[in-house]
Design a protein around this ligand. Structure first.
Ligand code: 4AD
Ligand code: MG
Length: 457
């Protein structure tokens, strides 16, 4: 059998046993005049690797060059005499123990042989950066948050619905879709599907159809936007969690989104302690305290109108001072969440000009039942709304947005046949990971980031 490094580090009851571990060498130090070597072996189970001490009686000892090699180690678990580690593995008895280099690593060519590299450099080596502590820790937290997402919604009785990636519908109506074409010259997607087809920008419209039959549902999948993604918080391909609740309005939406965010943070604090300590130490000092504060307090709520008033009355110098009806740009969002609220804030009831056609109109006919959750440093992590469930009003919205009614025929059908009040939201998964890890660039929260000019790997 093979033990995972993390398990061994946390099980001093293994002391005295002979076990096997396999992984990649992070450091190799030959000592004692060439009689033994210290190898730190990491197998991706934790930030910490395990120290292996191997002596020169094993044939592969002489082939030890350096970092990046893959090794198979069978030896005795002993209490570590060194500081900062509980146990280590001693490989000294050729009768009972073994040491093999499985894959060599040419030191002169290995791009990440140095101990530390900048995130920018590592993005150009996306096929190898998974071997670094930063990306390893992000990957484990990402996995935990995906698991937490499914636990949260399933525990509340939501069904996970897989919505399509290829679609003819523009959910956000923003014209930011990537259009599909076939590699065959003669066959573009129009020939294939009978109409233009695109990569989806949101699973919402599809998941609404299931909501209007199965009640509470959610989708969790990749989404695509051909928008300006030259920022630290936009990707051309990102993952979104989109719950949709039947018989629900703005209030239920707010409750669900706040509980879900807190559940995810709590889950990470409880299940990714080692990784969060790493982020706290090397990425954002005070991270763990910040996360604890987020889960302990109710999120503040303000209306869009209040937010505009606060910005207009502020003495702070903004590049742009917004009028009522203007979008809050990132300097405004940051001011509200970082300086006024000092934490996550739920902004509600935006002007209808700013929001998508599917949002339910308020009685003032100027605002819609929208809610965004803004958090310091990142901005919007969640956007949601009550859905327009009245056909007549929906048609008005489509007209107001200059969208073709016919294209949304099946969406309109949901309002013709047994319409129900319903509401939902979308959480940008990578922005959640930024929030939980403190990682400042969204490109380091997804295994293979896509942004203009970057789709190599
Ligand atoms: O606010 P958005 O555009 O809302 C929707 O797509 C709705 N259909 C969601 C719904 O109600 N079901 O996007 C939702 C979230 C944003 O709050 C943000 O966190 C994230 O998706 N997001 C992005 N994340 C990374 N890169 C981008 N280019 C993003 N655009 C949006
Ligand atoms: Mg939004």
């Amino acid at each position: 059998g093979r033990y995972r490094v993390d398990y061994v580090l946390n099980h001093s009851d293994l002391i005295g046993q002979i076990i096997t571990i396999k992984g990649w060498a992070r450091t190799v130090r030959v000592q004692g005049g060439g009689s033994f070597a210290f190898i730190e072996v990491n197998d991706g189970s934790s930030v910490k690797g395990i120290q292996v001490v191997v002596n020169s009686s094993f044939p592969d000892f002489n082939k030890l060059k350096g970092t990046g090699i893959s090794v198979s180690c069978k030896g005795l678990v002993i209490k570590s005499p060194g500081k900062g580690q509980s146990v280590e593995i001693q490989i000294e008895d050729p009768e009972k123990h073994s040491f093999s280099i499985i894959g060599d690593c040419d030191q002169s060519e290995y791009p990440i042989s140095k101990k530390t590299h900048t995130p920018e450099f590592l993005r150009e080596k996306a096929h190898l950066r998974s071997r670094t502590n930063l990306i390893g820790a992000v990957s484990r937290v990402r996995n935990a948050l995906a698991f937490a997402t499914h636990s949260f919604f399933n525990s509340r009785g939501f069904l996970y619905i897989q919505t399509p990636i290829i679609t003819a519908s523009d959910c956000e109506g923003a014209g930011e879709l990537f259009k599909l074409s076939s590699e065959k010259k003669e066959g573009n997607s129009e020939d294939f599907f009978g109409k233009p087809a695109f990569l989806t920008c949101s699973g919402q419209l599809n998941v609404e159809t299931y909501c209007c039959a199965l009640s509470d549902v959610y989708t969790f999948g990749p989404t695509f936007r051909a928008e300006n993604s030259h920022t630290t918080r936009h990707l051309a391909e990102f993952w979104m969690i989109e719950p949709e609740m039947a018989w629900a309005g703005l209030e239920e939406n707010i409750e669900c989104s706040e509980s879900y965010l807190k559940f995810c943070i709590k889950y990470a604090l409880e299940n990714c302690a080692g990784d969060l300590e790493f982020f706290d130490k090397f990425v954002e000092k005070g991270l763990i305290l910040r996360l604890r504060n987020v889960i302990e307090r109710p999120f503040e709520r303000i209306s869009y109108t209040d937010a505009i008033n606060i910005i207009q009355k502020s003495k702070k110098q903004f590049k742009i001072i917004p009028n009522w009806g203007d979008d809050l740009n990132s300097e405004h969002e940051r001011y509200i969440s970082e300086e006024i609220i000092k934490g996550p804030v739920i902004v509600c009831n935006y002007p209808k000009v700013l929001k998508a056609f599917y949002m339910k109109a308020n009685d003032d006919d100027k605002t819609v039942q929208a809610m965004d959750i803004l958090v310091p440093k990142i901005g919007e992590v969640i956007g949601g709304s009550a859905r327009e469930d009245r056909l007549e009003q929906l048609d008005k919205n489509l007209e107001f947005k200059n969208l073709d009614k016919e294209k949304y025929w099946w969406y309109r059908d949901l309002r013709k046949f047994g319409s129900v009040p319903h509401a939902g939201f979308g959480l940008g998964f990578e922005r959640l990971i930024m929030m939980v890890t403190g990682v400042e660039n969204i490109r380091d929260t997804i295994p293979f980031p896509r942004w203009p000019g970057h789709a190599e790997f």
